[in-house]
Structure formats: C-alpha cells, structure tokens
Ligand binder design. Structure first.
Ligand SMILES: *[C@@H]1O[C@H](CO)[C@@H](O)[C@H](O)[C@H]1NC(C)=O
Ligand SMILES: *[C@@H]1O[C@H](CO)[C@@H](O)[C@H](O)[C@H]1NC(C)=O
Ligand SMILES: *[C@@H]1O[C@H](CO)[C@@H](O)[C@H](O)[C@H]1NC(C)=O
Length: 434
C-alpha cells in the first residue's frame, strides 16, 4: 500500500463516524481491518465440551458403550447446516459426525433443546434406524462428512460409505425432504467414480439452476469432493450420470501438508475439499470454485466445461487448459461457501478467522478481507454455510472443532471444543455487531 492511500484511509477513519469505513469490494482495508474485527463477537448457537448423543433408550446407550459402537472420546463434529421451518421460522440445526474412526453411534444429527453435562443433546437424523448398522446395511447411512440443503428444502447427504478407511458400502448421495423427512432420491456412485478404501468423499455442493419461486430444483448438478482420492465427481441428476475429474488441481501440494492451527501442527495430505459455484443472476460466466485442503491454490473451472461429460475421458490431461489458478493464499483454508452477491468465504488457519473474497476481483492478499477473527472460537472452521432466513436476510453459520487437537491428541474435554456460531452476512461485511 502506498503511503498516500494509507493517509486517505486514515483520514476517512478519522472523519467518518460511521462504522462502515471500508468497502468490501476494495483492496486497501487489509492493514486496518484487524483493529475493527479483532476477536469478532459472533452469536453462539451451540457450544459443547463434547458431543452428547441422545439414544432411543438408556438400555441402547449402555449396549453401544459396551460393544464399542459408542466411544465418547472418538466423535468429531465437522459440518453444520440449517433449515428454517415455516411458518414460525425457528431453525433446525444439523450437525455431521463422520465415522473417521469407530465408536460413532450416528453420523448425522440435529440439535435438541435438552442440556446435558457436556453440551446440548443431539438426536439422529433422519432417524436412529438409518445409522444403527455401522456399515452392514447400505440402505442406511454409513459415514457423513458434510451435507448441503438446497433452496427447495432438500438435504443432499454425501455418505462416504467407509468407516475408519474400510469401505463398507459404495459412496452415495441420499436426498431427504427436510419438512417431511421423506427419502426423495438416492444415487450410489458407480465403481469407476471412487477408489475403494482410498476415497473419502467430504463435501457435496448442490447447484440448482431452476430455484424457487419459479423453478422446482429439477436442473441440478452435484459436485462432490473426494479429499483422499484427490478428485471431484460431477453428478448430473436429470440425466442420472456422473463423471470423475482428477488432475494436478484436485491434488494436495506437499508444501502445504503441515497444518498449523493456533500454534499446533499436524501432517495431512488431502485433496479437494471446498466447493462453490458462481451465483445465478449476476451476469457472470459461471464457474466451480474449489481448492484442495493441503494446498494454497484457489482454482476455478467454468461450469460449461465441468458440466460437459464428453470432455473428461482423457485422464489427468482432460480439459486441463480450462482450469485457472486464481491465486495463492499462502495458507490453508477449509470449507467454503458463496454469498448471493458473489463473495467466496473460507475459514483460514492464520490468522484464525473467516475470510471473504469478491469473485470479481483478482485473488490476492489485498483483495481477501478478514471478516471475523477469533483464535479461540474459530479454530477451526470446518463447517460453513450461507443461509437465507425466512426474512430474506443471508446469515453465515460456522462450526468450529479444534481439529488440530484431535490430530495431536491434545483435546481437553474440560473446555469448550465445539461451537456453532452465526452472524448476519451484512453485519460481517460491514463490520457491525452480529
Ligand atoms: C463427557 O465427555 C467425557 C469425555 O469424552 C466423557 O468421559 C464423559 O462420560 C461425558 N459425560 C457424559 C455425561 O456423557
Ligand atoms: C452446467 O453447464 C451447462 C453448460 O454451460 C449449463 O447449461 C447448465 O446450466 C449447468 N448446470 C448447472 C446445474 O449449473
Ligand atoms: C460438450 O463438448 C463437446 C466437445 O467440445 C461439444 O462438441 C459439445 O457441444 C459440448 N456440449 C455442450 C452441451 O455444451
């Protein structure tokens, strides 16, 4: 930043009493934003020392503890999604608990109002029956890392089919109508779409080009990130077809295999994780934005290319010239989400917080802006959603889980480890209280 620009910003700060001193489209707030956002106060929707699983009966709880289906020290929440139930508009808050290891009684849950010693009680979703078999019944859910509720109120559940790296079932997409809990659709991935015992599908992103009120969400493409198989699977729902994309952009970069969060480090070499598409109605050429977990490159590929199945039969070189590295972050970030105005959000490791980037700008240090810094409450944002509430306002929901403490074995169940935080999008963008 040139001195003269800094001077202009300072004058602006001094003479303008309004809190919205910066423009999120602009670049030159980087040096000033930290003082405004340091330790941003977010609305805490949930906090817990440990997950508290509710069971159909006390006897079933005892049985699961005895036979190893439940081990209170092995669960880690990863994702959050929210559905506002009409007409009173109270949110149902969903949480995923993937079966990375054994001892997870169920892998998808919602929060109740019941307070228990370690935190609010969870209940299984859609029901306990969907989870009871731990991989024996492939009509149930085996392991769910992230979900995506679309604008038509349908939850797209991406089930990796494996527990502790053992592939029990093919990965699948299960679609539940949230208002009725009815099963609407299921798609099991064909065997060429995944690598048994290697793949771990972590993130679904649902792109629907005919949203309500006029559309019925029939024209849907689902993009699925395979973090350990280093690929992305595209599922064209209308034509019931899928294809797999794998190349240097969906791979990890060994230089970013050391993950350091809040001073603690662990090694992890993972590929594609964060997915989002250009919002409709902005008049922009639409792309899929994605990044790998162990990589600092932000990548984009036009939807017209990735949606065209005929272009992906040529291995690592398929349509390779169509990918663009928009820029490099210098640090890892996890889940991502897109606002309707075209701001791509991601939770960064350093500083620990939520960053935004307007997709119309180049992807540089100057154009990424820190929306909420909080090294205690936002280590590490593994679930991230932009939700439109019944009053038309966009809200940002985040789940943080101290991932680094799980990898380093330093989790302390006497302190708050898991949080779900919320803030209005405009409040974040304008630096106002949540
Ligand atoms: C709370 O979590 C700790 C750590 O996993 C566990 O030992 C304890 O049994 C839990 N308490 C309850 C009431 O579930
Ligand atoms: C996929 O790309 C095609 C070609 O550009 C486009 O017509 C279609 O709307 C896209 N589909 C989705 C769901 O984005
Ligand atoms: C898909 O790509 C092929 C090869 O470039 C092209 O001929 C075809 O028109 C494309 N299809 C669509 C729907 O864009």
């Amino acid at each position: 930043m040139h001195l003269i620009q800094l001077y202009i910003v300072l004058v602006f700060v001094n003479f303008c009493a309004c809190p919205t001193v910066y423009n999120y489209n602009g670049g030159y707030v980087q040096q000033n934003q930290q003082q405004f956002h340091r330790y941003k106060e977010l609305n805490t929707m949930y906090e817990a020392r440990n997950l508290e699983f509710g069971f159909p009966s006390a006897a079933e709880r005892q049985a699961t503890l005895r036979d190893g289906r439940y081990n209170p020290d092995s669960a880690l929440p990863i994702d959050v999604d929210v559905f506002y139930t009409p007409p009173n508009g109270s949110p149902i808050i969903f949480v995923t608990i993937p079966r990375f290891g054994k001892g997870i009684p169920y892998s998808l849950a919602y929060l109740t109002n019941v307070q228990r010693p370690n935190g609010t009680e969870l209940q299984p979703y859609p029901s306990y029956d969907w989870h009871w078999s731990h991989g024996k019944d492939c009509n149930g859910l085996t392991s769910v890392c992230r979900v995506h509720i679309d604008p038509c109120g349908r939850m797209w559940i991406l089930d990796s089919g494996e527990i502790d790296n053992e592939q029990f079932c093919p990965p699948q997409i299960v679609v539940i109508d949230v208002p009725t809990t009815h099963l609407l659709h299921r798609y099991r991935l064909p065997s060429e779409m995944y690598k048994s015992t290697v793949s771990r599908f972590v993130t679904p992103y649902v792109d629907c080009t005919d949203p309500p009120p006029r559309g019925e969400c029939k024209k849907v493409f689902v993009y699925m990130a395979d973090a350990t198989g280093f690929g992305i699977v595209v599922y064209d729902v209308q034509n019931a077809r899928s294809w797999r994309i794998e190349n240097k952009f969906t791979y990890p970069d060994p230089d970013f295999s050391t993950h350091t969060i809040a001073g603690e480090s662990f090694e992890l070499l993972e590929g594609a994780i964060g997915l989002a598409t250009t919002p409709l109605g902005l008049g922009l050429r639409r792309s899929l934005y994605f990044h790998s977990f162990s990589n600092d490159a932000q990548v984009a590929i036009p939807l017209a290319v990735i949606n065209n199945s005929t272009l992906w039969d040529f291995g690592l070189g398929s349509a390779i010239e169509q990918f663009s590295v928009l820029g490099k972050r210098g640090v890892q970030c996890g889940a991502s989400a897109m606002t309707s105005s075209g701001v791509l959000l991601c939770g960064h490791y350093e500083p620990v917080g939520l960053f935004g980037w307007n997709i119309r700008n180049p992807y540089t240090f100057q154009t990424r802006f820190l929306l909420a810094e909080n090294p205690i409450k936002l280590q590490f944002i593994s679930g991230l959603k932009v939700i439109r509430n019944p009053w038309g306002k966009e809200e940002v929901w985040m789940l943080s889980n101290r991932l680094q403490k799980v990898f380093t074995g330093k989790i302390n169940y006497n302190e708050i480890n898991y949080r779900i935080m919320r803030c209005g999008l405009h409040e974040l963008l304008q630096g106002r209280p949540c």
